[in-house]
Design a protein around this ligand. Structure first.
Ligand SMILES: *Cc1c(COP(=O)(O)O)cnc(C)c1O
Length: 392
């Protein structure tokens, strides 16, 4: 079986280091908001080039609390993408605001800034771009719109930790960056966890207070908050893994580049595209490291194919796990039915939901296993260049 993501391999590779850290927290007797969380917050702030970082209970809470801290609430509209995990719009709903969906770019799957301006109303307070699959959104255009219309940008960086847009690391561009440490993310802990980054002292102070029941002095509460703190034990795990993150992200890019070469001649399959520094589309892993200032960190490597479900089934029969991230766009989810979006109103997102397929992608994926994925995919798509050499 070749899984889409293999967390056990990562644990085993770092077993001694991780086991020591877990034991150290256990024997310290400090489990909530202690030295591990404080140290990780500083390390993530430095990693992202931000002044502040606050550890919270999950990526969903990071989005929720960032919106709260920016004063976004009932009556406000937040413009976002229909092509993301539900947590993006869940957070908007949880603060009482309304998500407004605009269609995505068919090459990058990310929010298309060209569609944003027409969606701005007097109630719009924020733009919430999601750097999907690890690829930064077209941030120059989004920042320009936000500046002209006085909107706060909240970046959903759950899939993109370490991705860069020109000189900036994602999470440092908007008013707040929101990260998830869900186990399968590029930097994952052993449970739930999240982080908010910001350069704005008032956002930092407010989030810091909201995560601990809305008070900065113990047993004095100024507003309704949440219990949403990153655990010491998770912070200890993350501090170890953070040391390897850049190496892992580089490995993901090189896996993407290789998929790209091996799948170059397959019919009816569209490969991922990246934006380069001039805003042109380049092939996965090519808008790279030296020539481009925009770097995806390939949380997923996602194809577009016509016969998606048949191909996925053929791969499954050969022991290869894939997933359609995401099969239903957010505007057509039952939870958002009351918003009144109808099938056909965001055609690009709807088409991508029918055709997207994410392949196995994790830093430990071996060359042989990657070759096997490619061989099965070639035969499943009936590509003339299929070679069965690597298939057992
Ligand atoms: C994972 C994810 C989240 C939510 O993070 P959790 O830690 O699972 O709450 C939000 N947005 C996107 C795009 C995600 O992939």
């Amino acid at each position: 079986m070749i899984p889409i993501c293999d967390l056990k391999q990562q644990y085993l590779a770092l077993k001694n280091e991780l086991d020591d850290a877990l034991k150290q927290v256990a024997t310290s007797g400090r489990y909530i908001l202690g030295p591990q969380v404080a140290a990780l917050e500083q390390e993530i702030a430095d990693f992202c080039g931000c002044k502040y970082a606050v550890g919270v209970g999950s990526g969903t809470d990071a989005l929720h609390l960032a919106l709260r801290a920016l004063g976004i609430g009932p009556g406000d509209e937040v413009i976002t993408t229909p092509f993301s995990f539900v947590a993006t719009t869940e957070a908007i709903g949880l603060v009482g605001a309304t998500p407004v969906f605009v269609d995505v770019d068919p090459q990058t799957f990310n929010i298309d800034p060209e569609n944003v301006e027409a969606a701005i109303t007097s109630r719009t307070k924020s733009i919430l771009p999601v750097h999907l699959y690890g690829q930064p959104c077209d941030m120059d255009a989004i920042v320009d719109l936000a500046n002209r219309h006085d909107l706060a940008i909240v970046e959903d960086c759950a899939q993109a930790i370490g991705a860069t847009y020109r000189e900036q690391v994602v999470g440092s561009i908007g008013a707040a960056g929101c990260f998830s440490f869900f186990p399968s993310k590029n930097l994952g802990c052993m449970g739930d966890g999240g982080m908010i980054t910001t350069n704005d002292r008032s956002v930092y102070e407010r989030v810091e207070m909201l995560r601990r029941h809305g008070g900065s002095v113990k047993y004095h509460h100024s507003e309704l908050g949440l219990n949403s703190r990153l655990d010491e034990i998770q912070a200890a795990v993350l501090r170890i893994k953070l040391k390897y993150l850049s190496k892992w992200n580089a490995r993901r890019r090189s896996i993407a580049r290789r998929y790209n070469q091996l799948l170059a001649n397959v019919d009816n399959v569209k490969l991922p595209r990246e934006l380069d520094k001039d805003g042109r589309f380049v092939r996965a892993g090519q808008g790279n490291d030296k020539s481009s200032l925009i770097t995806s960190v390939y949380h997923q490597y996602t194809l577009q194919l016509e016969e998606r479900d048949q191909v996925a089934e053929a791969l499954r029969r050969q022991g290869i796990e894939t997933f359609p991230y995401y099969p239903v766009p957010l505007h057509l989810q039952e939870v958002h039915a009351q918003l009144g979006y109808k099938r056909g109103c965001l055609p690009v997102a709807e088409r991508l939901a029918q055709s997207c397929l994410s392949l196995p992608m994790f830093p430990e994926l071996s060359e042989e296993n990657q070759q096997q994925v490619v061989d099965v995919l070639l035969s499943a798509t009936g590509s003339p260049s299929a070679s069965y050499a690597g298939v057992a």
